[in-house]
Design a protein around this ligand. Sequence first.
Ligand code: FAD
Length: 371
Amino acid sequence: MNNRRVIIVGGGLAGLYTAFQLEQLSIPYVLFEAKDVFGGRIHSEQPKVNNNQSLFHDLGPTWIFPHHHRMKALVAHLNENLFHQHSAGAVVYHENTNTKPQIIENGQGPLLHRLEGGLYKLILALQAKLSKNNYQLSCQVDNLKKVNETWQVTVTNTKDASVVIHETDHLILALPPRLIHEYLTPTHWASAALTKALVAVPTWMANQVKFVATYHKPFWRENGLAGQAFSRVGPMIEIHDASAKDQQGFALFGFIGLSSQAIKSFSIEHLKAQCINQLKLLLGDEAQHYEQCYLKSWGSDVHVATDKDRTEPPAHPDFHIKRFSQELSSLNLYLAGSEFSEEDAGYLEGAIYAADKAISLLKKEVLLKNH
Ligand SMILES: Cc1cc2nc3c(=O)[nH]c(=O)nc-3n(C[C@H](O)[C@H](O)[C@H](O)COP(=O)(O)OP(=O)(O)OC[C@H]3O[C@@H](n4cnc5c(N)ncnc54)[C@H](O)[C@@H]3O)c2cc1C
């Protein structure tokens, strides 16, 4: 490998983790992220009324599942801590508008883990491990071209619209397949089969709408409820306790059962008010005394969802990356986004799995060229 830096496109969990590993391996790289912050689907809000600077409320992922060992190892390596999702208490189920919500005692789900302070802390911890010269925010990659052995990567600065073409031998794409299809011109460099697979595989949770309300006390727990509810009435179809560890901040979150297209017909304020009314009905009148509430419609985020994600029913990603091993190897192209993982595709764990695979293939290539 010559001295040209490896280029990483995308600064979500997969891209940042890849950068962190390359930094440790002393492999020169530069990472381009389209947004002005890192994290991708890991996105959190900080409470305005609470002076706790290290508390974030997750509007993207919340849970690390019991079998997510790579994530658990990363959390430990970065000196962050996990705690258990609060689930003690009764669960509420609302079948239809003609019936009252039912209380189900001892309806506990699986033991899920959460990151103390919110998942965005993981992003901050990874970012802190990178040298500032090795990444550029607000830099959207919008064209790729392969000229002989060289990748030409067109990068547009989204703040001043300036365009720079960077060159590299090895290119790591840490973003979902459909975004590669949308932004990175695969018809210039990929086979018809690879191009078709890129557009076919959905981005996990890309059309979700998530709501969070914060409270000064966990009134639902005081009423014997877990804060967990399931509803066929809506607008939220699933609600959970989203409080921080050790009484450091209380919250509830819910997934809204409407697509990003459908919610366009409501104002955000109207939708937030409907969610609060639903919390009142299911968990108690105190729900109206919230401190802050936040709503994120992921389908409207152009760096997460494409038109297909907005219009197709949600489905688990299944890319079968092995089918394309030869083609990717001949291109010196590495696919590190979670949707490319052979295990837990679409999840946080999948992002680490796919990134680890990409790094190990890159390392092999580096050793091969150096000997
Ligand atoms: C609402 C929601 C809830 C979820 N819940 C869970 C959960 O509880 N547990 C779990 O394990 N997983 C969950 N997930 C999935 C989890 O968030 C993802 O698996 C993980 O964040 C994917 O990371 P990634 O780096 O592969 O992709 P992304 O986070 O999508 O990162 C891709 C990055 O590429 C950037 N980018 C896009 N286009 C360009 C371009 N042209 N140029 C440069 N940069 C670009 C984006 O801005 C982004 O930063 C959830 C997701 C959502 C949305």
